[in-house]
Ligand binder design. Sequence first.
Ligand code: FES
Length: 124
Amino acid sequence: MYTEKLIDHFNNPRNVGCLNDADGTGTIGDPDCGDFIRIYIRVKGDRLSEVVFEACGCPASIATTSVLTELAEGKTLDQAFAISEMDIVRALNGLPDPKIHCSNLGAAALRQAILYYRKKLKEK
Ligand code: FES
């Protein structure tokens, strides 16, 4: 059973879109179910000023990534990197056990985007 908050994030996902001039991007797919998430980040100073996503996935993957963008925006890169799957589940007031893996996609894509940004920064 999905929580009301999850259903709201699925029906009205926040921060959907793409940033052509993103500072970092991360794409993660789950080969077992075929769903994927792409996250774009914009960084100001050491903080995420914008986090948007594109998704092709189940309701749980879309809702978890939507709430993740809200959790991540305004955080420092370290704080955002540390957002866990359980933080996401808590923010949605729960997620059925068989759907917990769906929350991994957005979190992993965000970490990949931050790593990409940091790598680009080092190369400059
Ligand atoms: Fe694949 Fe939810 S079933 S991410």
